[in-house]
Design a protein around this ligand. Structure first.
Ligand SMILES: [Zn+2]
Length: 202
């Protein structure tokens, strides 16, 4: 397919960079770029400024691994958070999802991925050592593995559980089952089996 240029090199560069964002292909990147250019004062200038600030201020929390403008992050330094509970997630996006649900007042630990021997991702590539170290501190009594229900996620969960054996920490994981609003007919057999196994009294 011909990839003809639509503007000067600056516009091309903008489109090319936008097309690298998740969910944006070349066509939607062109639309987004044109939208930004048309809304220069309302959108393009503030966006460029916000990005400049983000580059200067945003970093990774050396305690939990999330992204924030302070280190330790706002969650780690919040004294109202339960200090005995750690929720382990694969990615910052998962932490954000759990915070949106506001179901727990715990602190987190971001692994930065899952173990995947086939992709060459081992324990040293993830923030697992930091998790073990935090659990050795003595304050943590429960580690909740909020890790994806994939083969890699379960491999990671087993590895972490093994590493924490011997410590006075109970390791729990999220229930697997029927999603809220879900219809049984649409569920795969694995989910249905897990939901039946994890059934609770009505
Ligand atoms: Zn933190």
């Amino acid at each position: 397919m011909a990839n003809s240029k639509v503007g000067g090199p600056e516009i091309e560069r903008l489109i090319q960079l936008l097309s690298k964002l998740p969910g944006l292909g070349p066509r939607s990147a062109r639309r987004a770029a044109l939208h930004l250019i048309k809304k220069k004062d309302q959108l393009l200038v503030p966006l460029a400024e916000a990005m400049g600030v983000a580059v200067d201020k945003i970093g990774v929390c050396t305690t939990c691994g999330t992204v924030d403008t302070s280190d330790p992050c706002a969650i780690c330094s919040d004294p109202r958070r339960d200090q005995t509970m750690l929720v382990v997630v694969e990615d910052v996006a998962d932490l954000w999802a759990l915070e949106r649900a506001a179901a727990l007042n715990a602190r987190y630990h971001v692994l930065g991925g899952n173990l995947s021997p086939l992709d060459g991702i081992g324990p040293d590539d993830l923030n697992i050592a930091g998790l073990i170290e935090r659990c050795h501190g003595g304050d943590i009594s429960e580690v909740i593995l909020a890790i994806n229900a994939t083969v890699e996620g379960q491999t990671t969960a087993h590895y972490i559980t093994d590493q924490l054996a011997g410590l006075d920490v109970s390791v729990t994981r999220l229930a697997h089952g029927v999603p809220v609003g879900g219809e049984l007919d649409y569920l795969d057999e694995g989910t249905l089996t897990q939901a039946l196994k994890a059934r609770t009294r009505f």
